[in-house]
Design a protein around this ligand. Structure first.
Ligand code: GCU
Length: 620
């Protein structure tokens, strides 16, 4: 059978593919540990233009300027009147527009933007004269949610996902004069087919919420590396180094861990990748009690990059979780990426260190970084402070399970999270989602994500917050089919708050858990307005929350395979859905610490319980 494709049809198809590729041009594969490079910070004051009609992106016929023949006409041109006597009509001017501090969400920096959802344009001018033999990477720690990024008026690409790093190789786009400007179109509009979907229980902070900088490397550079213990084997160090740029086969890469007397030279293969395996007997293992980090140096030719890496194993055995071969109990707490004392997304190390210090004060050896990838700095602080980490992608609630683009988006965010966190000893769990409703399309979507996570990293546990159901005989059943694909049986249960009666009544419940795996309670809790007092049956009071914790811990202690928990949540956090004008006022009040930093009575209930568990498991 012969078939003819008309030239016109073929041309149209190629044009369509080209357009799509242009729109979604893949960003540079992430430069591993970019913040450790020599960087030019672009943090600070950026001009911004609020653009709900996307006037800077589409013409009045809704055609995208950057897809037009000239590619010009959008705000990304950063156009200025020329000196002609007849000044052009330009209906925007970044340099005469307002400014805001980056990193920082827009909601907390301009009162008229508190609830704003839509596009805001940002512009930053900077001086950087590119040097011969160097490469330059433009890095954003995160932009929520969809970003179109331009350098000197040229489009670098489009990115979706509000919580993972974005990078572009801009070596050839920097101006020879050294005068440059970067323009970002950030759009935090919620949409059903996105990840997360349109409905979440956290504030939809928009904008450039994490650090921005330009990293410099030599022409041939170390673009990626993984240095960890081999799967379940504390005697063996294994990993790889990937060269980028002008890399070729036979280049020497050196791995040095001086303090452990380890040094190895390996050669790259035809893809510029060098794998290594060497004995690790001399390494002191990382643990929360002893968070030992080693200075690791990777070098190749003129390039070198340093990291501080801990080494440990994590695995399950029946209903035990083994850290370095020893059964542990994970004394955790859930956290959002938000310092409750300062409106908005956490801005930097100070906020993050304060949050983790609160967790340590509570007696934690573990934190659940809900419900999306947190700042890379948070992961490094957890390494340093000795806190195990559950890291998560925002596959949350009612995702568009049957939309292929939605799945691809979720998988990309998961891959970027694992790429960013793979050298962090603190991360022991990759979570692929939270409270996703049962159904065949959801099971296919989530089991595929679980398999993807395992294919990217077989040295960590895979989990998710599963669904449960109750029967009239007060049995809580956990038999969510997704549990087959996970290493932990984790679930959220809100007995005493959303269902099950008063706190004093919830110890009537027993559990029927299908899987012979370690049980991890990923959430329980209830709201309390700090300083509001009543008795144990006065909802919203500190005493109610205190009684809820007392009875939750009694009820949960009946689960034989219980090996940890991350109650919801360390601190009150802003949530648009929480609208009671007295008790909530735009905050979810399930924090053990209030939005003014006050510890509620329930804080001390959990702290005492964790003291007991530390004595039982760690003998201290
Ligand atoms: C859910 C969800 C959280 C939410 C919490 C609550 O389980 O996972 O994101 O904030 O319950 O209702 O407070």
């Amino acid at each position: 059978m012969t078939f003819r494709i008309s030239l016109r049809l073929l041309t149209a198809a190629l044009l369509l593919i080209g357009t799509f590729a242009g729109q979604l041009r893949a960003q540079t594969s992430l430069l591993q540990n970019a913040p450790a490079r020599r960087v030019l910070s672009l943090n600070g004051s950026w001009n911004y233009i609020i653009d709900p009609y996307e006037n800077g992106f589409y013409d009045y016929r809704r055609e995208a300027f950057d897809q037009s023949k000239s590619g010009k006409g959008g705000y990304y041109d950063n156009q200025k009147p020329s000196n002609s006597q007849e000044p052009e009509l330009i209906e925007y001017d970044f340099d005469k527009s307002a400014t805001m501090q980056i990193p920082g969400d827009w909601n907390s920096q301009d009162p008229k933007l508190l609830y704003y959802e839509g596009t805001i344009w940002f512009k930053k001018s900077f001086t950087l004269k590119p040097a011969a033999g160097k490469r330059y990477f433009l890095y954003f720690g995160a932009i929520n949610y969809e970003s179109h990024i331009y350098l000197n008026g040229k489009k670098l690409g489009m990115h979706k996902g509000g919580f993972t790093p974005i990078q572009y190789d801009v070596t050839s786009q920097l101006s020879a004069s050294g005068d440059n400007f970067v323009v970002v179109k950030a759009d935090n509009t919620r949409r059903p087919e996105e990840v997360p979907t349109i409905n979440t229980d956290w504030w939809n902070y928009g904008g450039i919420t994490r650090d921005v900088f330009i990293a410099e490397t030599p022409a041939t550079f170390i673009t990626d590396y993984k240095v960890q213990l081999a799967r379940n084997d504390a005697s063996q160090l294994a990993g790889y180094v990937q060269l980028g740029g002008d890399s070729k086969a036979g280049q020497t890469v050196t791995l040095t861990i001086g303090e452990a007397g380890l040094k190895q030279n390996v050669k790259t293969d035809a893809d510029g990748r060098a794998t290594f395996a060497l004995p690790a007997k001399k390494l002191k293992l990382w643990s929360p009690q002893s968070p030992k980090l080693y200075a690791v140096s990777l070098s190749s030719g003129p390039d070198a990059v340093q990291d501080k890496i801990g080494f440990r194993t994590i695995q399950t055995k029946g209903q035990d979780i083994l850290l370095n071969g020893k059964s542990i109990y994970m004394r955790g707490i859930s956290m959002h990426d938000e310092n409750p004392l300062i409106p908005g997304r956490a801005r930097g190390e100070g906020d993050l260190r304060m949050l983790l210090t609160w967790a340590k004060e509570l007696g934690c050896n573990y934190v659940r970084l809900a419900h999306y990838p947190h700042n890379e700095t948070m992961l490094k602080l957890a390494d340093e402070m000795g806190l195990l980490v559950w890291a998560e992608v925002p596959v949350y609630w009612t995702i568009a399970w049957e939309n292929p683009a939605t799945y691809q988006n979720a998988e990309t965010q998961l891959s970027d999270l694992i790429s960013m966190g793979k050298n962090r000893a603190s991360i022991v769990v990759w979570s692929i989602g939270n409270e996703t409703p049962l159904g065949a399309p959801r099971l296919k979507f989530m089991s595929s994500l679980a398999q993807k996570a395992r294919s990217l990293d077989d040295t960590r546990l895979i989990s998710a917050a599963l669904e449960l159901h109750r029967t009239p005989d007060n049995v809580i059943h956990v038999d969510d089919p997704l549990g087959e694909f996970l290493d932990l049986t984790s679930f959220n249960e809100y007995a005493g708050w959303y269902w099950g009666g008063k706190p004093s009544e919830i110890t009537k419940y027993t559990f029927d858990i299908k899987y012979n795996k370690p049980v991890m309670i990923s959430e329980f809790g209830g709201d309390a307005l700090a300083g509001y007092h009543g008795d144990a049956e006065t909802r919203w009071s500190e005493e109610y929350q205190e009684a809820l914790y007392v009875n939750q811990l009694k009820m949960l202690s009946t689960i034989p395979g219980l090996r940890g928990m991350t109650p919801w949540i360390l601190a009150d956090f802003r949530a648009t859905r929480r609208q009671h004008p007295v008790y909530q006022n735009g905050f979810n009040r399930k924090g053990l610490i209030s939005s003014t930093g006050t510890k509620k009575k329930a804080f001390y209930v959990l702290q005492e319980y964790y003291r007991q568990m530390a004595r039982k498991y760690d003998g201290k």
